[in-house]
Design a protein around this ligand. Structure first.
Ligand SMILES: O=C(O)CCC(=O)C(=O)O
Ligand SMILES: [Fe+2]
Length: 154
C-alpha cells in the first residue's frame, strides 16, 4: 500500500535526506542486531535485509497487523522472520502527547497489550514477525522510521 491512504495504513515511503555516513552507521547497526539475534537463536538468518523508510505525517497510523503469516508466500512477506523498526525522529524528544506509539500485543489475536513504545531517535525495536501483532497509534507529529525484516534462511 505504498503511498496509498487506506483503512489499514496511512503513511508513505520515502528516501530521507541522510548523509552517507549516517546511512552506513544505520546499516552497521542492523547487521550487528542481526548477528546478536542469530547468536541468540543459534541459527543463521538470510544475508539479505529488506527495509523501507516510512514517513507518517500528522494524522497517520497503521492499524493492528502481523508482518508475516506462516505458509504464505515464502519468497515474499511469508519469509520474514524478525521485524525491526529504527526511529529517525530527530533530536527533540518524543512526548506521549505526540501520539504515534507503537503498541505491541502479547500475541497475534488477544487484546492484551505487552508494551507501548514511544519513538526515540536511533531506537531499534525488534520482534517476531509472525507471532507479534502490533499497531501504530495516530501520530500528531511527523514520524519517520526505517522498517524492515530479517528473513528466514532459504
Ligand atoms: O512504524 C512502526 O513503529 C511500525 C511499522 C510497522 O508495523 C510496519 O511497517 O509493518
Ligand atoms: Fe508491522
Amino acid at each position: 500500500s505504498d503511498g496509498a491512504v487506506d483503512d489499514l495504513r496511512s503513511a508513505y515511503t520515502a528516501r530521507p535526506d541522510v548523509e552517507e555516513a549516517a546511512f552506513d552507521a544505520l546499516y552497521g547497526q542492523l547487521l550487528e542486531a542481526r548477528g546478536d539475534l542469530e547468536a541468540l537463536l543459534g541459527r543463521p538468518l538470510s544475508r539479505g535485509v529488506e527495509a523501507t523508510f516510512v514517513v507518517y505525517e500528522p494524522g497517520c497510523f497503521y492499524r493492528r497487523h502481523v508482518d508475516s503469516l506462516a505458509g504464505v508466500d515464502p519468497a515474499g512477506s511469508g519469509g520474514r522472520a524478525y521485524s525491526f523498526v529504527v526511529y529517525l525522529t530527530g533530536e527533540q524528544p518524543w512526548q506521549p502527547s505526540d501520539g504515534g506509539a507503537l503498541r505491541v500485543f502479547c500475541d497475534a489475536l488477544g487484546e492484551e497489550v505487552e508494551e507501548e513504545v514511544l519513538p526515540a531517535a536511533g531506537l531499534l525495536v525488534l520482534f517476531d514477525s509472525k507471532r507479534v501483532s502490533h499497531e501504530v497509534m495516530p501520530t500528531r507529529r511527523q514520524r519517520t522510521c526505517l522498517v524492515g525484516w530479517f528473513r528466514e534462511e532459504v
